[in-house]
Design a protein around this ligand. Structure first.
Ligand SMILES: C[S@@+](CC[C@H](N)C(=O)[O-])C[C@H]1O[C@@H](n2cnc3c(N)ncnc32)[C@H](O)[C@@H]1O
Length: 261
């Protein structure tokens, strides 16, 4: 199936901030419940060690659960590493489950950080969970090129893919998952209930944005083409797909500068 560059509602500047937040919360709930990215924690851990990175800078974090779950999985594998959460539309409660725990290994950037223009002083191994598909091939290449030019590692991870067998049934069930999961989300708010049950904007966004996410997810072959066009000097790439929960698979693209021995 060919990749298409349709739009996602929560990506649009006109999308009301609270609708975006409700969707980001739902994605974070999904990542916490099913932990799809545990499947790539060992690969990411190896790239982190080989690059010598001192922290992870997560781009397009949303509410932050996928990156925090992976940070936890890495710690279980014996690698404790600080994490910075960032987003172009920062979530007001990103990292809330960990706020107040006093652990110094989580920082949340309150100012917007655009993944296509990462500030030069924001150093660390860059990660994008369920987000690289947002970018056109030119932007996607630019994100990869910027990481290599600044000598930072980068990891792209997507549990969506252009596969109806895997995602067709899941998308049909998505409104019911949203309706069932909403009472579990925090903070409890009248707006969340209004836009989920009375006027079902959130379930609609979850289905539409989920469908478009699948249709524009890069395949391993397309990621190979994107990385092949970059300056290869001193950089290592690992691209592939691994099984996660159920029939779902995680496509990954890891790049890191090899430390001089
Ligand atoms: C599908 S969500 C994924 C959020 C989170 N990584 C997760 O898996 O739950 C995509 C996120 O990318 C953010 N985003 C969209 N365009 C961006 C850009 N150019 N730079 C940084 N973040 C962006 C959105 O605000 C949204 O939070």
């Amino acid at each position: 199936m060919r990749r298409v560059q349709w739009f996602e509602i929560h990506d649009c500047p006109w999308c009301p901030a609270r609708w975006r937040v409700y969707l980001q919360d739902m994605l974070s709930f999904f990542a916490s419940a099913f932990r799809p990215y545990d499947a790539i924690a060992d690969r990411l851990g190896e790239a982190l060690v080989r690059s010598g990175a001192g922290r992870i800078v997560d781009l397009c974090s949303g509410a932050g659960a996928p990156a925090m779950a992976v940070q936890r999985a890495l710690r279980e594998h014996g690698l404790a590493i600080p994490l910075v959460l960032t987003d172009k539309y920062p979530h007001p409660d990103a990292g809330w489950e960990r706020s107040g725990t006093g652990s110094g290994d989580l920082k949340v950037m309150e100012k917007p950080v655009d993944a296509t223009a990462v500030p030069a002083d924001l150093k660390g191994f860059r990660t994008l969970f369920t987000a690289f598909h947002h970018f056109t091939p030119a932007q996607a290449r630019g994100i990869l090129a910027d990481a290599t030019e600044r000598g930072q590692g980068i990891g792209i991870f997507e549990y969506t893919e252009r596969n109806w067998l895997v995602w067709g049934p899941a998308l049909l069930l998505t409104p019911f998952v949203v309706w069932i999961a909403t009472p579990l989300l925090r903070p409890v708010s009248l707006g969340r209930y209004l836009w989920t049950y009375l006027v079902p904007v959130v379930p609609f966004m979850a289905v539409w944005d989920g469908l478009v996410s699948c249709l524009r997810t890069y395949s391993p072959a397309e990621l190979e083409v994107l990385t092949a066009s970059l300056d290869p000097s001193g950089y290592r790439w690992a691209i592939g797909r691994v099984r996660a929960f159920g029939g779902c698979r995680v496509t990954y693209c890891l790049g890191w500068p090899e430390r001089a021995a």
